[in-house]
Every structure is written in structure tokens, then in C-alpha cells.
Design a protein around this ligand. Sequence first.
Ligand code: NAP
Length: 325
Amino acid sequence: MAPRALVLLGCGWIARRHAAAARRLGIPVLAASRDLARARAFARAHGAADAFGSYAEAVRDPRACGAVVCTPHDRHLDDALLALDAGLHVLVEKPIARTLAEADRMIAAARVAERVLLVGENFHFMPAFRHVRAQIAAGRLGALRELHLVARGFRRHAGWRLGVAAAGGGTLLDGGIHYVHNLRAWGGEVRRVFALRPPQTVELGGEDAVDVLVELAGGVVGLLANSLGARGVPRFQWSTVTGVDGTCFADNRGRWVLLRGVDGARIRLFVRDTRGHEAMLKAFESAIATGASPEMDGVAGRRDLAVVLAAYRSIAERRAVDVPC
Ligand SMILES: NC(=O)c1ccc[n+]([C@@H]2O[C@H](COP(=O)([O-])OP(=O)(O)OC[C@H]3O[C@@H](n4cnc5c(N)ncnc54)[C@H](OP(=O)(O)O)[C@@H]3O)[C@@H](O)[C@H]2O)c1
């Protein structure tokens, strides 16, 4: 039987999400940590088939077919290269990398190794957000006009996210990139970006809040407000997509989508795999089995990163910035 196990590189927060999704799908996982005791504790708690105190040792295990890179942003390139070098397919957590040059190296290495590279932007796989995409594609909103995405809350981080080099950016590169992806997935490619940030209040390696105005293909306008420094804002928030024939409202946590248009209102509820982690692992397995590039491949992850970096340039240069194709 072909090896099917996934090596989780790093036993932190997101690794737990991947382990839980893999368990529900019956995919064996191997836990790899820089610390063997931590890997063993993770394996016990989350049902991993084995534990390793070294990433390099884990990726060489004959049971492994893929690696899930669950490490800080400055580790993504090296950890992905380590796995590719061992012949594994790679699911790298978002953002693909800190810079376009790092992303290009990763994409090229996967291509040369003829291995799948999937970027773990789970919003792409969330059933509610895919439903929004389907409504737009079916023309239920008519020609698009505006997208308003609001993801604001209050959160203090610790550890590597406080370091500029390790994080590579602030809230937009970290959680905000998911919403950047939705701008692209729903509205088309982002052509131009103007971004501003308010004065910092939360300690972080980069900005704690950002407001981004974008021009999308065909003149559609997008607005993304993303913050970790918005005290008092409730978690109940939604994204709004407006076309000439109606508006779609999508719960940020993927539990419902409401469409209001010329034919009245329709709501759809989502209860299974609302965060899309299972769908993402299925897409990874399917790409490995078929050899076809996954939808959320390195190029797609790089496009999202390019928008974030253009927003950072816009903030620094206090002007609108074109996004490189
Ligand atoms: N898709 C999502 O919704 C989502 C949500 C949260 C995070 N993420 C992404 O997942 C990745 C990890 O984030 P996280 O929140 O899981 O972070 P975390 O809880 O801090 O876990 C990161 C793990 O990386 C390993 N690591 C390797 N080198 C390290 C270093 N120099 N400093 C600190 N840790 C190091 C550590 O595992 P060992 O000690 O076991 O080696 C650590 O537990 C990031 O890319 C992040 O953006 C994605």
C-alpha cells in the first residue's frame, strides 16, 4: 500500500486543527517537533501514529507521503524545502512565505521535485465561502460592484508573532490574508491597492490594524478592514458582496450565507467542516493521487501574498500601489 501519512512539522496551534481533521478523515499523522517530549505529548493528545524530536528525521519516515508545514512564517521556505528534498508533497500553512522571492523558491522547488504544493488558506475550502463563489458565478448577484470585508477584533499575541523577522508582517499577513483571498476568490484579481494603518496599540511584529481599499478586475471596488486592536467589537461579523441584482452576506465563521436580491431572500446554513480543514486535506490527497495542481497552489498563495505586500508598500509610501501580476 502506498504511504499515506502526513508529517506535521511543528506541534503548535494550527497543527492541532490539522491533526483533528486528519483523524476525522482517517489519515494517519506523524508528529514532528523540535522537542521529542512535546511531540510525544502531542501524539498522545491528538492521536498521531508516531512522534519525532527532529523535523529532518520525521520527513524521512517511510510511512510519510506529505508534510504539513505548521511553523512560523520565517520557517516556511526551509521547512517546505526539507520536506520536498525528502520526496514529500507539501501543504504549507499560510502565508506561503514572507516575500515573493521566498514564494518563488518554494514554487520552483516543488515544480523541480514534481511534488504537490498546496497553501493552507482554509478560507478557500470553507463550504460557505465556496457557496458565495458559486452564487456569483451563477450570476445571482448580477455584475459585481462592491465587496466589503470586515474582520476586526481584539487579541494579544505572544511568541514569534512579536518578532518582525519571524512574522514578516502584522495582522494582514497573518489572519488578514484569508480575507485578501476572499476578495480575489469572489471579485477577481486585485489590480491596485491603497492602505492605511491607525497608530499601533497591540504589541506585534507588524501592524495591528489596517484598512485596505482595492480595485479589482472590471472596476469592482473592495474594502477590507482588519484589526487585532479593536476592543469591544463582537466576533459576529460578516462579509458583504454587492452586485447590480442583489447582495450576499457571508458569516465570517462560515455558518451561514444570506442572499437578498430581486427574487427575495434565501439563507443557507452550514454545519459540517465549516472551517474547511477536512476539505483542504481531501484536496491535498486528491492532488497527490491525480498529479493535478490543486486550486490553492503555490501560485494562488503567491497572488494573495502579493496583495498583502502591495498594501504594505502603500502604507509605507502613502500612495496607491499596483499589484504585480
Ligand atoms: N489557517 C489558519 O487559520 C491558521 C491559524 C493559525 C495559524 N496559522 C498559521 O500556522 C502557522 C503556525 O502558527 P501557529 O498559530 O500554529 O503558531 P504556534 O502555535 O506558535 O506553533 C508554531 C510551531 O512551530 C514550531 N517552531 C519551529 N521553529 C520555531 C521557532 N523558531 N519559534 C517558535 N516556534 C517554532 C513550534 O513547534 P515545535 O516546538 O513543536 O517544533 C511551534 O509550536 C503560521 O504560518 C500561521 O500563520 C494558520
